[in-house]
Write a new protein. Structure first.
Ligand code: GLY
Length: 438
């Protein structure tokens, strides 16, 4: 096994190669990357949770370091301007430590404005960051030609990134196992969430997205954001879509559990089987939109086999019936951001591959290649708003509404894994982590 320091060193060399090519293509001499600044609530001195510029996190495993900068000039050691204020109200960042330190020329600053003394001239620089990270004379310009190339290449994970993504999976799986136990003990959504955080060893603000923890009917709200503190009288089902972060890299995993009801358990088993088959198809050369359409086909098969909708799967797909039960996309790219960049990008220069018509929520339209990490997250839900349209439409007669009335009390089923596309068989990061934890 390659050690951490070697993996990081190779990762950084690769990023420098990528930056060299992107700068040349964009006609720039240097790359400056702002970590970002803390943002404060309106008329208040309370900051929002800090979110690091993902380009900064790509170079450095530093996720809570506002007002830092990276300056990279091809052929030279990168400079890290490290903001370490003297502050007795808040804990300042620790002294630089870790596998990355030897690879940077580190300049400690005590106030954000001092950064300009250590940054190279802005003229000729591609400056990546949000507008509010600007310093006098150093204003982010985010050139499209540079960003497009860097975003395109971010789809192809280095060995260091895969290692961090695996670590994030292990962390999330610890949370998922504790959450399942909390569900089985009949706890509230809020208590399940806290059990998750404690086991994952993660604060809310460190999560890559807000945990989705839906008991019973709440599982039908795709991104259910409320964490009810009152336990329901009966905990029939749990849909938990929850992730974790390690060094800025995200895990994004969904599981659904029932309470033994045969019809809902059959639905979970069927969606799980479909999900496993789709995850097996994360292979080089696979067109992702085609996989998404096949997911519709397979889920139509489930609806038919379980007697929920008595229609031929192909007609369910053609008439949009499957979208009533599976209204979101099959998945998305994953990495430094939970919905990682370049999901629609046509090539390193940019361009866009549109979604297939009738599938407005698909977030990935590219062809899979080795190094990509994507989610595979089919689901079947009983969403009142969408079912009302089906009931009023021409296919209402094909639906077993009594069965739907039974199943809607369980909300829905989503099963989601994070899968690494390799040159051969896929690496299912999530299932591997569950197996290791068992
Ligand atoms: N799993 C949460 C999301 O994709 O937004």
């Amino acid at each position: 096994m390659t050690d951490h320091a070697t993996l990081y060193a190779a990762h950084l060399r690769e990023l420098m190669r990528r930056a060299d090519a992107a700068l040349e293509a964009g006609g720039f001499d240097r790359l400056l990357i702002a970590a970002g600044v803390e943002k404060f609530q309106f008329l208040d001195d309370r900051p929002y949770p800090f979110a690091t510029n993902p380009h900064f996190k790509h170079w450095l495993p530093l996720d809570h370091h506002p007002d830092c900068w990276i300056a990279y000039t091809p052929g030279q050691k990168p400079v890290l301007v490290y903001h370490q204020p003297e502050d007795f109200w808040h804990l300042p960042p620790a002294d630089p430590a870790g596998v990355w330190v030897e690879h940077f020329d580190i300049r400690i600053i005590r106030s954000p404005a001092e950064a300009t003394q250590h940054l190279p001239p802005a003229a000729g620089s591609a400056i990546l960051g949000e507008a509010d990270a600007a310093l006098p004379g150093v204003v982010p310009n985010n050139p499209e030609a540079v960003l497009n190339r860097l975003h395109w290449l971010r789809s192809y994970k280095t060995a260091w990134e895969l290692d961090r993504l695996r670590a994030a999976q292990a962390r999330a799986v610890r949370g998922h196992r504790a959450a399942e136990a909390a569900f089985r003990a009949g706890l509230s959504e809020g208590a399940i969430h806290r059990a998750y955080l404690a086991a994952a060893g993660q604060r809310d603000a460190g999560l890559p997205y807000g945990n989705i923890i839906g008991l019973n009917e709440h599982g039908a709200t795709l991104h259910y954001q409320v964490q009810d503190e009152t336990a329901p009288a009966e905990s029939r089902s749990l849909l938990i879509d929850a992730g974790a972060s390690v060094d800025g890299y995200a895990a994004d995993i969904t599981r659904t559990y029932g309470n033994g009801d045969a019809r809902f358990e059959a639905l979970i088993a069927a969606v799980d089987a479909v999900q496993r088959r789709l995850a097996e198809r994360v292979r080089a050369g696979q067109d992702y939109p085609a996989l998404h359409i096949d997911a519709h086909r397979a889920l139509a098969g489930v609806l038919n086999e379980l007697g929920i909708v008595r229609m031929a799967p192909e007609s369910m797909l053609e008439t949009g019936v499957t979208s009533v039960f599976f209204p979101h996309g099959l998945g998305h790219p994953l990495g430094l951001q939970v919905h990682d960049v370049a999901g629609f990008q046509a090539g390193p220069e940019g361009g866009r591959i549109e979604r297939p018509q009738g599938h407005p929520f698909l977030r990935l339209t590219r062809t899979l290649q080795p190094g990509m990490v994507v989610t595979i997250e089919p689901g079947l839900y009983f969403i009142d708003q969408l079912l009302a349209g089906l009931k009023a439409g021409p296919h209402a007669g094909a639906v077993d509404w009594n069965l739907i009335d039974h199943l809607r009390r369980y909300g829905g089923v989503r099963i989601e894994d994070d899968v690494h596309c390799t040159a051969g068989a896929p690496e299912n990061l999530s299932r591997d982590a569950f197996a290791a934890a068992a």
